[in-house]
Design a protein around this ligand. Sequence first.
Ligand code: NAD
Length: 278
Amino acid sequence: MGSIFDKFKIDGKVIVITGGAGLIGRRHTEAVLEGGGIPVLLDIFKEPLDKVKEQFLKDYPESTIETFVTDITKKEKLEEIKEVLLEKYGHIDGLINNAANNPKMEGGAKNMGAIQFHNLPLDIWNEDMAVGLTGAFLCAQVFGTVMEKQGKGVVINVASDYGIISPDQRIYRKEGVKEEDQIIKPISYSVVKHGMIGMTKYLATYWAKKGVRVNTLCPASLENGQDPEFIEKISNLIPMGRMSKPEEYPATVLYMLSEASSYMTGATVLLDGGRTIW
Ligand SMILES: NC(=O)c1ccc[n+]([C@@H]2O[C@H](COP(=O)([O-])OP(=O)(O)OC[C@H]3O[C@@H](n4cnc5c(N)ncnc54)[C@H](O)[C@@H]3O)[C@@H](O)[C@H]2O)c1
């Protein structure tokens, strides 16, 4: 009998990670490298992709990392990447649907205007759906179908605690700011994240007997240099009393990607310090 730890090995497995250059995408990359796999990072921006690759090649000099500058909402681009990977490796073993428009709210959401529900522009709604849901659907269609043909594969759909609960908009409020200028987490984020859990359940049953397992990972409230006032407000909503740390993700991701979780499909795995049970 092999060691239990052997089940966590994903040696030579080709794992596609969307939004791979982002904050959590980098932690997924680390998980794949730690398990001995080959991460394939897809992102729209070249510079951060190159930087992430360079950094990880320093930390894991023996490894192979593939990067593709691509927009996951374009099916033909995904088909091209699929062909390149199949030509080179002959198999695609996993997909982490991680990319999403993730407006950083804390500190006044500098990347958003004062957008509330009543004036959320249709363009933003459409873009959020396109990246978060359509992109995930297309990646599952293109890469998941390869796994179905192989009779083996794993998909992780990244949702959020906001795929389970509604945002508590009070934590984003700023003292002394007029009501109409307050920033709120957009409805599109909630809809995308709830949708990811639905996509997981659909695909988990659709592929259940085809060897492809599909699960949802719900990260929550990652600490990333937010202002202390925000950290205190959000921490008060979390039973463990603190935000999550980047290093708390890779082990769970590797578990979900590997044979260690061979009987798990359709599950929602929460890394939220208990926030959704309060
Ligand atoms: N950071 C958190 O606290 C947190 C909490 C809960 C859930 N999440 C979820 O985790 C995932 C990653 O979040 P993050 O904080 O790392 O976000 P991030 O913004 O740092 O990373 C997202 C990445 O996706 C890329 N991307 C955007 N549109 C794309 C497209 N059309 N094609 C290809 N790539 C595209 C971006 O360039 C970026 O690198 C998201 O699904 C997010 O909703 C994050």
